[in-house]
Design a protein around this ligand. Structure first.
Ligand SMILES: [Zn+2]
Length: 285
């Protein structure tokens, strides 16, 4: 049986959506206030796994997870539909109501063909050179940001991070068609992406930014609730968090606007402890 969460009255999210103007000579950053009906909005939590092959990446996920969970709880309470998307470990959840909700959602035909592969079904959306050129950071080494000895790449994850709560009415999938079915069933036009890692999965997964934009959804990135795989020793040679900011701006320029969790929670935006850069107001964290 499908249980749908209904809120008592229609609520709206007021989001300060930031984008980057592509036209040179104009002021680069623009902010527009959008009001999204919570019942027509989903939040997709990308690849917040229990562990990662890179120790630094795993540590940052663990640090971000409680703040992300609080934000998701607030959004859910307001009527936003929550999709957990821990790629490649959905079988861990095969008997859960969240997985069944996704599997049982009726098929809905997509307006454009989903990115697919014969072997895996819905598939990765690679960097679209015509639309976005190349990413502003070099992640060709896979982006281990640890100092000294680099972490060995391995399948480190088994499930979603336990700090992210799942409740009845949430769904769980890593499949593009299932994601589209869930959204269509609920007439959801607005999709918020968060989780890790922005230069890879949050852009490229079958439920993530590139595919959702191509499907015509109103997409927004929650930019303080993400991270990148970026090694500061690689071009452009900036610190890890500046590297993340560069990718955020890339997304804002070529794919979708972004906002901070403050727009949902009313609390200060999330910031990693290791981010020692000055805050915009000049104070150190
Ligand atoms: Zn590492």
């Amino acid at each position: 049986m499908i249980t749908m969460t209904t809120s008592i009255s229609a609520e709206r999210l007021k989001l300060n959506l930031r984008s980057q103007n592509k036209e040179t000579g104009k002021s680069a950053t623009e902010t527009e206030v959008a009001k999204w009906d919570t019942e027509k909005t989903a939040i997709i939590i990308c690849d917040m796994w229990d562990d990662h092959w890179c120790k630094s990446a795993a540590r940052r996920v663990e640090e971000m997870a409680p703040a992300l969970n609080e934000t998701v709880k607030t959004a859910r309470r307001m009527g936003v539909f929550v999709i957990h998307a821990p790629s490649s470990v959905v079988d861990f959840y095969k008997d859960t109501p969240q997985r069944k909700l996704a599997r049982n959602s009726p098929f809905a035909k997509t307006p454009v063909k989903l990115s697919t592969s014969p072997r895996w079904g819905t598939a990765w959306c690679w960097t679209d050179g015509k639309r976005e050129g190349v990413l502003p950071i070099d992640d060709s080494d896979m982006g281990c940001s640890c100092k000294g000895k680099k972490c060995e790449i391995r399948e480190a994850w088994k499930r979603q991070n336990k700090l992210i709560e799942m409740v009845e009415g949430d769904a769980l999938t890593d499949n593009g068609q299932e994601t589209y079915n869930l959204l269509a069933e609920r007439k959801i036009d607005n999709v918020i992406l968060c989780g890790v890692h922005l230069n890879m999965c949050v852009l490229g997964r079958p439920f993530a930014i590139r595919q959702m934009v191509k499907l015509g959804k109103n997409v927004a990135l929650m930019r303080d609730m993400t991270d990148t795989m970026y090694n500061p020793e690689r071009p452009p040679g900036v610190d890890h968090f500046t590297g993340t900011d560069l990718v955020v701006k890339h997304v804002e320029k070529f794919w979708c606007p972004s906002f901070v969790s403050t727009d949902i929670t009313g609390k200060e935006a999330f910031r990693f402890n290791e981010d020692k850069r000055k805050k915009p107001n000049g104070r150190r964290p």
